[in-house]
Design a protein around this ligand. Structure first.
Ligand code: GDP
Ligand code: MN
Length: 382
């Protein structure tokens, strides 16, 4: 889960990382009030889950509350790479003498957190990595040994942070960032730019903070930061209904029970020349509630032209799943063709139930391959 800049900064502050004082605003009037409260020059920052806001015109300095209100009016509603701005962060403006870059991310290849620090901040880190890799200090932390203070010193010296007072502050920041990364089960904590003010104070001017979805159950406070407005509407529907849903770019909706079966179904569709529009995993169940929820999610995807239901009955019995499908179809109107492949426990009973009672747009197949061929043919015929 990606966090907004202001949320990342809230977490930074909890771990002692210095950030500027600010307020959230959703209207130009709130932005004015925030600027009045903060006093002096402020910066109005679009809050969207996308980078490069500065270049897109989503970040503006304001010398007065009037100006903050006017900038907020311009920025709210702005579209930044497909993300509509609904909130702005009003922050005390900083004077910038230097812009550095600091991040810690999870390096899957090395199975270790990776720190990166460079004094060439403020620009895309990819550019630094490509054009001046020698300026980028990279360091892996062994998660079993944990972060050691000498590693922060190594980063500082290697990146060329020379001023002793800056060094001391960066050392604290690196330690704080590692703590935030580990304690919050983060996948990425990035500060770009990490600034040095003319007075020599080091501060995080931006934050990119991404938390491992699978660890959110341990962090109810972070889970609460999720913005339902920012999610894809279908993903939101699926989440609300407790269905696992993944969007793809073809035209066949896939429904299966169990991740392994769903993955093989995607492969078989590919093998017979089709392209999945999405897939839903019903998990262990196959009751009418689950089937209705998954079908609602799948059929709300306008790309879907035909649906493949692939069920392997293990603990779940196929006749039960068949009853679930029939009940679901009785409750909702579906125009797309539906191909059902049932195998495993009570498969014959299940298929017989469907053949007897199913509507004309439902096709029953015995094997995964024949079902895949049939659904691809039906999708192509629409
Ligand atoms: P991003 O473009 O989405 O990465 O947003 P940032 O928060 O990194 O801001 C982009 C740029 O705006 C920064 O690199 C700064 O140059 C500038 N900026 C942001 N906040 C301030 C501020 O408080 N004072 C000044 N002078 N510039 C700022
Ligand atoms: Mn930035």
């Amino acid at each position: 889960m990606d966090l907004y800049e202001y949320q990342g900064k809230e977490l930074f502050a909890r771990f002692g990382i210095p950030v500027s004082e600010g307020r959230l605003a959703t209207t130009p009037e709130e932005a004015r009030a925030a600027a009045e409260e903060l006093g002096g020059e402020v910066v109005v920052k679009a809050q969207v889950l996308a980078g490069g806001r500065g270049k897109a015109g989503g970040i503006k300095l304001a010398a007065s509350p009037d100006e903050a209100e006017a900038h907020a009016r311009d920025i709210l509603g702005m579209d930044i790479r497909g993300h509509v701005v609904r909130k702005v962060w009003i922050e005390q403006a900083s004077e910038i003498a230097k812009e550095y870059y600091l991040s810690v991310t999870f390096d899957r290849g090395e199975k270790k957190p990776l720190f990166m620090l460079t004094t060439q901040g403020g620009i895309d880190i990819e550019e630094v990595a490509e054009h001046s890799p020698e300026a980028l200090a990279r360091l892996h932390v062994d998660p079993l040994v944990g972060f050691q203070p000498y590693q922060a010193r190594w980063l500082c010296f290697t990146a060329g942070v020379e001023d002793p007072s800056e060094q001391k502050q960066v050392l604290d920041l690196v330690g704080g960032l590692y703590k935030a990364f580990v304690v919050c089960d983060a996948m990425l904590c990035e500060v770009n730019p990490l600034i040095v003010t003319p007075e020599g104070e080091v501060r995080a001017l931006d934050s990119k903070f991404s938390v491992d979805d699978n660890a959110l159950f341990r962090h109810p406070d972070i889970d609460e930061m999720r913005d339902p407005e920012a999610a894809d509407p279908r993903e939101r529907l699926a989440r609300d209904k407790g269905v696992i849903y993944v969007k793809l770019d073809g035209d066949i909706g896939i429904l299966g029970n169990g991740a392994g079966l769903v993955m093989s179904t995607l492969d078989v569709i590919d093998q017979v020349g089709g392209r999945p529009a999405n897939f839903c995993d019903l998990g262990g169940g196959g009751d009418a509630e689950g089937v209705v929820a998954a079908l609602e999610v799948i059929t709300s995807d306008p790309d879907v032209r035909a649906i493949l239901f692939n069920i392997f009955g293990g603990i779940t019995r196929c006749d039960e799943v068949a009853r679930g499908i029939l009940e679901a179809l009785g409750r909702m109107e579906i125009e797309d063709a539906i191909v059902v492949r049932l195998d495993g426990t009570n498969a014959e009973e299940g298929r017989a139930l469907l053949v007897d009672a199913a509507p004309p747009n439902l096709y029953v197949e015995e094997t995964m391959l024949s079902a895949a061929e049939r659904v691809v043919e039906l999708a192509g015929a629409r």
